[in-house]
Design a protein around this ligand. Sequence first.
Ligand code: ACO
Length: 309
Amino acid sequence: MSSENACFEHKLENEIAIEPKDWMPEHYRKTLIRQIGQHAHSEIVGMLPEANWLTRAPSLRRKAVLLAKIQDEAGHGMYLYSAAETLGGDRADLYQKLLKGQMKYSSIFNYPTLNWADIGVVGWLVDGAAIVNQVALCRTSYGPYARAMVRICKEESFHQRQGYEAVTALANGSEEQRAMLQDAINRWWWPSLMMFGPNDSESPNSAQSMAWKIKRLSNDELRQKFIDNTVHQVEALGMTIPDPDLKWNEARGHYDHGEIDWEEFMQVIHGNGICNHERIQAKQRAWDEGAWVREAAIAHSNKQQKHVA
Ligand code: ACO
């Protein structure tokens, strides 16, 4: 083992963060650019299903909160693209790979938001699942990613609470509102579980990412945590989970759950979900229509540099 590699391994073993200027194996760098890039894309694409309801939020207060949340997601995407840049990733290149379908983003954002209950459920379940994953990432071995996660988790927990507050209002509302909420839970439950990725036995990247402490908990461990956290919240709302096999397992100290439809997951991550095409089209349009902003920003920056010179 080279002395550089020994130093890298020593840092991992002693919980010392790897920083941008430190030596790191090329595969470690590439794995992080892939994961952080996909994570950034998820934040950016994730703005779309919620933006769909901005103009139709049921009150000014709900609208202001939703707008703030969507702006937060944009900020998260920016932190994450910056973290990828510290590894030598190129923001424009990552973005083009998203548009060309060469990089993934979270499967969850390929499902439609059909009504207002979906917006509450996205805040509660989707951001709730994201937090479980991201709290573990606050201890990821790469310093800039871990630090970005600390800030992002604070904002995500506000998102999750606003989602739960919105669904509580529906749960305490009319029969129609309660039915709308149950329908949204029925549609979002399984896709939320898929957010954690394939089962550990089917996850090609997990073993190496766990060894490098990029991932601290496995896909299945995180999924289990999310289920264990959420069942009581669903019960408190007087709603049900669409899984007849869900039951408390005294011996394991966890909930058992039914089998996830992995065929559906594979279809979605390979571009064939309900909204994949629409999401990429929307991001392509935003890129094309934003050309003048990029040109203006570059012209402004060139002018500033001339002043300095
Ligand atoms: N949606 C889309 N792609 C997924 C998903 C998912 N829910 N789960 C796994 N994949 C992809 C992986 O990115 C990987 O893709 P590849 O072809 O680039 O290798 C492939 O499926 C195999 O999965 P794993 O080997 O388990 O991949 P990995 O070790 O990267 O674990 C995970 C997947 C858990 C999503 C990890 O990348 C991660 O923790 N990412 C950071 C969190 C994140 O991206 N959250 C986004 C949603 S949160 C939000 O935006 C609100």
